[in-house]
Design a protein around this ligand. Structure first.
Ligand SMILES: [Fe+2]
Ligand SMILES: [Fe+2]
Length: 227
């Protein structure tokens, strides 16, 4: 009997030929060569509390928001999201969680990570030869990405939304659970409360609602009973 699937689920040659190229499918992309250079320099500064993986997922979310939000500059948004949390490397590791804890945290340390992040971002962007005018716009976004309540521009709005929407991704829910000792369902509720009503773009709101729907089913007793 003929089947489309080879043993162990590997696609047959016939099926492989029917899979479209990545650039024809929304949401399938990788870091550009310039972004890889920035990432290689940012990564050592992001080795704190899953900030490295957080930044990559937030980059992916921002990357997908780009074609959906008018008036954004990819050469501002994408470096900004890769670099936005580098400043946590300048806050003592044992204080990072208390800085971002629900119910107040440590606004002074949040501010420190923004200021230091803007400094590190400038150093990295100058090192890779990013255009000076764009460096100014990127560091302005990094310096205030958490504490500033309003968005400076469409670029800033996308960075802010991508940063927050990550919390509702499977990786975000799992990470927040670990940070604060929550159940998956508690983390889902906490993250939703802190995300949905605080987004700046309509595509971001739709994306967040989609992630939340998936997280809800992840926690549904009927789903959990399936193992
Ligand atoms: Fe941050
Ligand atoms: Fe962040």
């Amino acid at each position: 009997m003929h089947t489309d699937a080879a043993p162990h689920g590997a696609p047959t040659q016939d099926l492989a030929a029917k899979i479209p190229p990545a650039d024809e499918v929304a949401g399938v992309f990788g870091l550009s060569a310039a972004e890889q250079e920035i990432w290689a320099r940012a990564r050592p500064h992001l080795d704190v509390r899953n900030n490295d993986a957080h930044s990559l997922y937030a980059w992916g979310i921002a990357r997908q928001l780009l074609p959906l939000v008018p008036g954004v500059d990819p050469d501002v948004v994408l470096p900004a999201i890769l670099l936005h949390d580098t400043g946590w490397s300048c806050v003592p590791r044992e204080l990072v969680l208390s800085a971002i804890a629900p119910g107040g945290g440590r606004p002074d340390l949040v501010r420190t990570h923004e200021i230091e992040g803007a400094r590190i971002a400038r150093e990295i962007l100058e090192d890779v030869g990013h255009p000076p005018a764009l460096i100014e716009r990127i560091t302005a976004i990094v310096d205030g990405h958490d504490s500033r309540r309003e968005a400076l521009s469409a670029d800033d709005a996308v960075v802010k939304d991508a940063d927050k929407i990550w919390r509702l991704t499977p990786h975000g829910i799992t990470t927040v659970m670990g940070w604060f000792g929550l159940t998956r369902e508690q983390a889902h509720r906490l993250c939703g409360y802190r995300v949905h009503d605080h987004l700046f773009t309509e595509p971001g709101r739709v994306m967040a609602a989609g992630f939340a729907a998936v997280a809800s089913v992840d926690d549904a007793p009927e789903r959990l009973a399936l193992g």
